[in-house]
Structure formats: C-alpha cells, structure tokens
Design a protein around this ligand. Sequence first.
Ligand code: MD6
Ligand code: FE
Length: 205
Amino acid sequence: MAFPERPTLTLRGCRIYQKALSREEQVRMLEALRRVITSAPFFSPTTRFGKQMSVKMTSAGKYGWYSDARGYRYEEKHPCGQPWPPIPEEVLNIWHGATGLDRTPDCCLINLYRDTAKMGMHQDRDEADFTWPVLSISLGDAGLFRIGNEDRGGKTESIWLESGDVLVMGGPARLLHHGIDRIRPGSSTLLPKGGRINLTCRVVD
Ligand code: MD6
Ligand code: FE
C-alpha cells in the first residue's frame, strides 16, 4: 500500500492521515487482529489506584503494555503467561509507510472501546526514548480525541478520529497529553458488535 505523502491535517504537531486505509485494508487489518486476539485475548487492566479501566486491552510484539496495582509498565508476556503474538504485517506496513523508519516497533497496543468506554488524559511516557514517534490507527466507531499540552491542564483541542484514520505523534508533539472523551456508537459498520479499536505502535527499548 502506498501511504499518502502528506497528512490531511496537523493538530498541535500531530500528523493526521484521514481515511489512510481503504475499507478493504481496514477489513484485512481486522482479520489479522482477530488472529492476534485469539492467542492474546482482551483483558481489563486496573489503574494504580485499583480502578478498572473502561477500555479493554491486549498487545502484539516483543512487549505489551500492562497496568495493575504496581503501576504502568511493559511486560514480555500476556497475563495468561504466554508471549505476545507478533505484530501483523498489515500494521507494520502502515508504521513504515507513515513514519519512514526502518526500525520496527516493539509493541502494538490494542485498545477496545465499547459504547461508554473512554480514556482519560495521559502522556505516553513508559518508553525509553521519546525521539521515536507513536503511531495510532483507528478502526470502527469514531472516537473524540482530545489533545492538550506537555503540562497537565491548559487549553485543549478535539477531533473525531474515524475508521481508517492514522495519527503520528512525534517530535515536539510526542509528550502532549491526550485522551478519548467518548466514542460515537453506531457510526461505523466495520466491527460486527460495534465499538472502536485503536492500535498504538511504539518503540519501547
Ligand atoms: C486512542 N490513543 O486513540 C488512544 N497515544 O484510543 C492514544 O492514547 C494515543 O492516539 C499515543 C499516540 C497516539 C494515540
Ligand atoms: Fe496515548
């Protein structure tokens, strides 16, 4: 797949490629993800404060992102004890196309949002080197993405991320706070049971 040369939109330094994946590419990516999810089922992480997150998660790659009472971290194994499955080629192709990097990501975190799930404002800062970008791919229902500042608080801006949109958070945008306020249930027919899947690929080491 030839990745678009230019983003359709830039928001606070985040490059957004709207509809970068065709419907056929989205369907193929979802099929690849089904295989990942079969060997690494979704689970509900809890925060450091013991609260269950509304988003279900799993991962592919050398590391998976994990959270429990001991805090946020990367783990080499799914909570069931097995290593995470490899990152699907369909995802790696988007990573290389959008970032232009030869280096392969160590982790593809898979987030599942059903109807009322959301994700609070956060920074992605569990990785060793912030010069590597984070790439996100959205599939299924639209999600309202809010982006703020390096420091907590201050003015924010929001954009609806739709199925097939790709976002790259790199350079000066790498440590901006961001979150998902809500999804718009029923806005896509891609996932048979509805909801939104977001993939984020990261270099961890
Ligand atoms: C989401 N995304 O879209 C949550 N993180 O469901 C993220 O947390 C995210 O979109 C880092 C870079 C891009 C992202
Ligand atoms: Fe994030």
